[in-house]
Ligand binder design. Structure first.
Ligand code: LLP
Length: 430
């Protein structure tokens, strides 16, 4: 059961702020992010990973939730930034992030994006495939620079998660095949290039993982590969990137995993491997995204029409939906919600929370109990929307994207203003 923070008015509080007042002040739908929870997660990473191991490095996978504010907050807390596009790098630069702390990911970076990253001295590129490696090499050469590169390896491990967010299996668009002839050719190319400093390898097994077994299996495969490559090509990595994927609690039955349950056994294994092989410990990276931001965010909606179909179900429609949160329609993701202005009233009525789009699949929550006094005009709060909501939002049905408000110790401030109808046509040539 989720523990709720309810004030004397019976209103739900989040980050110390009254959510009903936030909805009144900024309108709905509204993303609300608790800065303190983001900072708390960053500090946990520092404590259980960065400070615990000499050779540890953590970057926030900013695709989960990227704004200038968030980039600034996580980097001030000592994390680097994982980016996957020129746009994400641009945002990070606007936030004043030291580009040396940026890792540039993606399976099909364009030449323009690579050029932008090279010009701005982005710290590391994760090359996803041979084509991209050659592209990075050529662009770095042209600029007269040497860039650091980690090669992404497909470990061939199937993680227990939705197939759309599982990335480590052999049948994946991501990464270099671990098959000897192919990987050796690619690694050799990187080793021989004067514009590339090959530092090591990267893997990412999937997202929203509740158990560490896929990470540990993938690590074994990468360590075996390191051993083989050392004897075949004489290459010893100075960096090893273990990716992200650490799961969080959305609903009962799930947990926000303890990061150390993943990092401790992996670090132990890396240490013992290096000892046995007689090689120095590489710098070890992790890339948590969801784990940092998901639970730190909520979305507030206003309840509109309530349609009761006797003996079938009650549809509770809100003023947002799949444009601000496409995760149910994409991954059948589950969420919890509460009527924010009736937060202390027990959940006596079962409803389906749906959005306002012209689409039957526009569902936010298939089935949830809410206050039986729920009525149009109430404020509904959906929990744990801090990751892959704002960052995946669209204008489907020409619905403007919500505003994003940061809260901290009861104080609120607008971080991203609400999109307007006018914003949506600004790029159109009239
Ligand atoms: N590193 C790499 C290389 C990744 O591809 C990802 C996520 C991460 C780190 C961060 O994963 P996280 O710690 O957030 O699980 N839109 C989907 C999730 C896609 C994840 C893509 N890659 C969702 O809403 O569930």
């Amino acid at each position: 059961m989720r523990k709720l923070d309810i004030n004397s008015k019976g209103h739900l509080c989040f980050g110390g702020a009254d959510t009903v007042e936030l909805a009144e002040k900024y309108g709905t739908p509204l993303y609300v992010v608790d800065e303190k929870q983001i900072i708390g997660r960053c500090r946990e990473i520092k404590e259980c990973f960065l400070d615990k191991y000499d050779n540890a490095n953590a970057v926030y996978a900013s695709k989960a939730l990227q704004t200038v504010d968030i980039c600034r907050i996580v980097t001030e807390e000592g994390l680097g930034l994982d980016t996957v596009s020129g746009g994400e790098i641009y945002t990070a630069i606007k936030a004043g992030v030291d580009t040396a702390k940026i890792i540039f990911h993606g399976n099909n970076k364009t030449a323009d994006e690579i050029r932008f990253a090279v010009e701005n001295n982005v710290g590391r590129f994760v090359a996803d495939n041979e084509y991209e490696l050659h592209l990075i090499d050529g662009i770095a050469k042209e600029a007269g620079k040497t860039v650091r590169v980690q090669l992404r390896i497909t470990p061939g491990v199937d993680s227990h998660t939705h197939q759309y967010i599982s990335t480590g299996g052999i049948d994946s668009k991501f990464g270099i095949s671990p098959v000897r002839s192919e990987r050796n050719r690619i690694i050799k190319y990187a080793m021989d290039s004067e514009s590339i400093e090959l530092t090591g390898f990267h893997f990412h097994v999937g997202s929203q993982l509740q158990k560490n077994d896929s990470h540990l299996m993938a690590l074994e495969i990468i360590l075996r590969l390191i051993k083989e490559i050392r004897s075949e090509l004489g290459f010893v990595p100075t960096e090893l990137n273990l990716g992200g994927g650490f799961g969080v609690r959305y609903v009962d039955g799930e947990i926000t995993v303890k990061l150390r349950d993943f990092t401790d056994p992996m670090m132990e294994r890396i240490n013992s491997f290096c000892k046995t092989e007689g090689i120095s410990l590489p710098e070890v990276f992790i890339e948590p995204g969801r784990w940092i931001s998901a639970n730190a965010g909520i979305t507030l909606y206003t309840v509109g029409s309530i349609k009761e179909i006797p003996e079938i179900k009650t549809y509770l429609a809100v003023d947002g939906g799949m444009p601000d949160n496409p995760r149910h329609i994409l991954y059948q993701a589950e969420y919890e919600a509460v009527v924010a202005n009736k937060a202390s009233i027990p959940a006596g009525k079962e409803v389906s929370v749906v959005g306002k789009c012209c689409e039957s699949g526009d569902v936010l929550i298939e089935k949830i109990g809410v206050a039986d006094t729920v009525q149009s005009g109430d404020i509904l709060c959906v929990f744990s929307t801090g990751a892959y909501n704002y960052s995946m939002a669209s204008n489907y049905n020409r619905i403007p994207r919500p505003a994003l408000v940061m809260v901290k110790d009861g104080k609120d401030r607008l971080s991203v203003r609400r999109e307007t109808w006018e914003d949506m046509i600004t790029r159109e040539i009239l």
